[in-house]
Design a protein around this ligand. Structure first.
Ligand code: S3P
Length: 449
């Protein structure tokens, strides 16, 4: 199954140890937000280290359609000339967010309190994903949404001409929902309040503050309460995007399961709302040193030194899910190479990501000879120990970059090669994945047609 264009069949084989430096690209979540907030500021925002993956390029194109000037000046270096809060123009074409749920949901949020109408669509994966989770709170501001059955794209959002501020408790842990409400609150008068029961990634709150919005966060008995004062004048910023911990997860996990590996992964965010995978890996016995802790681009970062490790299965606490929600696929691959069971509970949100990630990992792992158990909210992987995974299967990526990369990582430590039916979605978040892994000595190749 391919998103747009040709499928790219890829094969990963067991080979020598991985070594060297893995400089992973800019953070995807922060890159989307830098473009969107730049577009909502008055003046020139300069971004360095922007992730130039297809998801973010689609957001750049969308913000142009809403009237902002978005210009690439060099590798990762972008200039955004914003139109100001309340200054978005009505797009004259359909907004195609490609594979990106973050792009679609955040952009819907930021236009929902302006008197304009926009129609959103995306690839076959995004068109299956639920948008009701954002259009429900956006309706409280006065916006209307007309989509396909089940709140699916394509969908037209009619922004509120006279928006009112909103107080909203998110029913699911979702940074996209929280961020859509906060972005909508920017153009509503008065104070918009979002309460989340469990903390999710807080890049929107951090960056809104950086752009000059009044945002306060407090812990209350119901959870984390975020207050935003509407109709600020956002000031343009210089944004240095830190490297993406969710992309770092792939070389890090590969080094842990390929014998004798030793790699260095500089500048990885240690933001507590994003670092659940590293906590889990350390509990599994991973040899990861967190060196030179510092702040970069407003985020706590560290350099990681990662060595091959004999891992044991663990129970991942459900409360940790939000801080590693995108890392479960690669954790499942690592768990297959550990001794004993790894239990991942409280993970039902994985079913509505770029693919149903519980199902995609379970079927692919089974095909590779690994025993798994699952229910609606749980994935359990029975580890086969270092060198124990048979492999020798073709796994479906389901238009999901992280599923594709997770199975390629598994193939590096399996007895027989692992094939992925379509690696083309990797370009949505990590276009340099193949080159970076090859630089570490990994044997990942495109299969000849
Ligand atoms: C993201 C939030 C998460 C995550 C996604 C990026 C964001 O989604 O899975 O890759 O940038 O806000 P949910 O908010 O749906 O959990």
């Amino acid at each position: 199954m391919s998103g747009h264009g040709e499928a790219i069949v890829m094969v990963a084989r067991r080979g020598g140890a991985l070594s060297g430096v893995a400089e992973v690209p800019g953070d995807k979540s922060i890159s989307h937000r830098a473009l969107i907030l730049g577009a909502l500021s008055v003046g020139e925002t300069r971004v360095t280290g922007l992730l130039e993956g297809q998801d973010v390029l689609d957001t750049a194109k969308a913000m142009r359609a809403f009237g902002a000037e978005v210009v690439r000046q060099g590798p990762g270096a972008w200039l955004v000339r914003g139109v100001g809060v309340g200054g978005l123009a009505e797009p004259s074409q359909v907004i195609d967010c490609g594979n990106s749920g973050t792009g679609a949901r955040l952009i819907m949020g930021c236009m929902a309190t302006s008197p304009i109408t926009a129609t959103f669509t995306g690839d076959a994966s995004l068109r299956k994903r639920p948008m009701g989770r954002v259009t429900e709170p956006l309706a409280l501001f006065g916006a209307e949404a007309y989509g396909r059955r089940g709140g699916r794209l394509p969908m037209t959002v009619v922004g509120a001409a006279d928006p009112v501020p909103v107080r909203y408790t998110t029913p699911i842990p979702s940074a996209q929902v929280k961020s859509a409400v906060l972005l909508a609150g920017l153009n509503a008068p008065g104070e918009t309040v979002v309460i989340e029961r469990e903390p999710t990634r807080d890049h929107s709150e951090r960056m809104l503050r950086g752009f000059g919005a009044e945002v306060s966060v407090e812990d209350v008995p119901e959870g984390r309460l975020i207050r935003l004062v509407g109709q600020p004048e956002l000031r343009p910023q210089v944004v240095a995007v830190p490297r993406d911990p969710s992309s770092a997860a792939f070389p890090v996990c590969a080094a842990l399961i390929v014998p004798d590996s030793d790699i260095f992964v500089p500048g990885i965010s240690q933001n507590p709302t994003r670092n659940g995978l590293f906590t889990t890996l350390v509990e599994m016995g991973a040899d990861i040193a967190f060196e030179n802790p510092r702040t970069e681009g407003g985020e706590p970062v560290a350099d990681l030194r990662v060595k091959f490790s004999a891992l044991r299965g663990v129970e991942v606490p459900p409360a940790r899910a939000a801080s590693m929600i995108d890392e479960y696929p690669v954790l499942a691959a690592v768990a297959a190479c550990a001794e004993g069971r790894t239990v991942m509970r409280g993970v039902r949100e994985l079913r509505v990501k770029e693919s149903d990630r519980i199902d995609a990992m379970a079927r692919g792992l089974e095909a590779c000879g690994v025993r798994v158990e699952e229910d609606e909210d749980t994935l359990i992987v029975h580890g086969m120990g270092p060198g124990g995974v048979p492999g020798g299967a073709t796994c479906a990526s389901h238009i999901d970059h992280r599923i594709a990369m997770a199975f390629l990582v598994l193939g590096l430590a399996s007895r027989r090669p692992v094939t992925v039916d379509d690696g083309s979605p990797i370009a949505t978040s990590f276009p340099a994945f193949e080159a970076l892994m090859a630089g570490l000595g990994a044997d990942i190749r495109r299969a000849m047609p």
